[in-house]
Design a protein around this ligand. Structure first.
Ligand code: ATP
Ligand code: MG
Ligand code: FE
Length: 351
């Protein structure tokens, strides 16, 4: 079985072909970095138009790479939300058009479910597992009990972790996207800036907060600039200190969630990470230490499959198809679509 996946919910225009045997035949991504860089962040209107400009060529490139024609597909899986609605509409219309024209089943995939199930594409992991989902738009801890069965243990009460990286980079003049820019600057640090706060650390719940950390960083940067002491060396140290603070917060909250998840699920199989921030090397190393100490496996998919991609959408489609599910052609793109609100059946689901 081979499924075409389409992703267009944020600033990556992506198409992929994946088989039920977990082979990625093609995985094509057009990242709209040049389009959004002048604005220091993703501009929804520009993103939607860029998806419109590039999606057909991206899909054609994936089909060519796999050496397949549309007639040979078994289904079309497309991100149905949540995300920037203009881009989601472009992808859903394209997915519907291909599925209709070639009489294939359509699966409208929750983008977050794509991230949540990626570990099952890259590794042999059975349910239940604990998922730390950290991206530009999302920051949450979930127990993945099965396909369509997600129990949220905690989430951010303000910014997502990736959003915090992006905003911090912007206020330090480090460019876009902020995560990789801060990680690179941190490599040049001589001494990580020490006195940044660790919001929520030690709290009994599993929630996150990053706005206080961002404000503290802004105050340091403003004071340093006023004193004419904000040079490249200081900036590198601040970047390293900021990265360290975010990682420490994520580890503290994940450790708390691990205890909770294990209390409810003594057979918890793994700690899994997903989302763009999961590409961060320091976070990965710290999570590995946490998992080793807790005697649980850490599953960290390759960075390319942690950031937005279409292989995860195709795979989530395969998992849904395996349960006999597909979507109706009346599926309406969803700007908001919480993972833990999702019923086991897809909205507008046919058989
Ligand atoms: P969504 O939240 O809807 O999934 P998104 O486009 O923000 O959308 P991703 O593409 O998964 O999500 O992740 C992008 C985010 O990951 C950005 O905020 C980026 O700064 C962050 N990021 C990428 N690489 C790193 C890194 N090495 N360290 C820290 N953050 C990173
Ligand atoms: Mg993205
Ligand atoms: Fe994403």
């Amino acid at each position: 079985m081979v499924v075409l996946g389409i992703e267009s919910s944020c600033d990556e225009t992506a198409a992929a072909l994946v088989t039920a045997e977990r082979r990625i035949l093609a995985d094509t991504i057009f990242a709209q970095v040049a389009e959004h860089t002048p604005y220091g962040g993703v501009v929804p209107e520009i993103a939607a138009r860029a998806h419109l400009d590039h999606l057909d060529a991206t899909i054609a490139a994936a089909m060519h790479q796999a050496g397949l024609g549309f007639a040979e597909l078994d289904a079309v899986a497309v991100t149905g939300g949540p995300g920037l609605i203009g881009g989601v509409i472009v992808g859903v219309m394209m997915g519907k058009a291909i599925a209709l024209a070639h009489v294939k089943p359509l699966i409208a995939v929750n983008h977050l479910e794509g991230h949540a199930l990626t570990a099952r594409l890259t590794d042999d992991v059975a349910f239940p597992y604990l998922l730390l989902l950290v991206s530009g738009g999302h920051c949450q801890l979930l127990v993945v009990e099965g396909v369509g069965r997600y129990r949220r243990l905690g989430a951010t009460i303000d910014d997502a972790a990736g959003e915090a990286f992006d905003k911090a980079a912007k206020l330090m003049g480090l460019g876009f996207p902020g995560g990789p820019a801060i990680a690179a600057a941190a490599e040049r640090a001589t001494e990580p800036w020490p006195d940044l706060p660790r919001p929520m650390k030690g709290r009994p719940d599993c929630n996150f907060s990053f706005s206080g950390l961002k404000t503290a960083l802004r105050q340091r940067v403003e004071a340093l600039r006023a004193a004419d002491a904000f040079d490249d060396a200081v900036r590198a140290n601040l970047a390293a200190g900021f990265q360290q603070a975010v990682v420490e917060c994520l580890i503290d909250r994940t450790s708390r969630a691990l205890d909770r998840a294990r209390a409810d699920h003594p057979t918890l199989n793994a700690l899994v990470i997903a989302g763009g921030v999961a590409a961060n090397r320091h976070l990965r190393a710290a999570l590995q230490r946490l998992a080793d100490g807790a005697g649980i496996a850490l599953i960290a998919p390759p960075a390319r499959l942690c950031t937005d991609n279409a292989a995860m959408i195709a795979w989530a489609g395969i998992e849904r198809l395996a349960l006999g599910e597909s979507s109706g052609f009346d599926f309406a793109p969803r700007p908001r679509w919480p993972l833990d609100e999702q019923a086991p059946r897809l909205p507008g689901a046919g058989v």
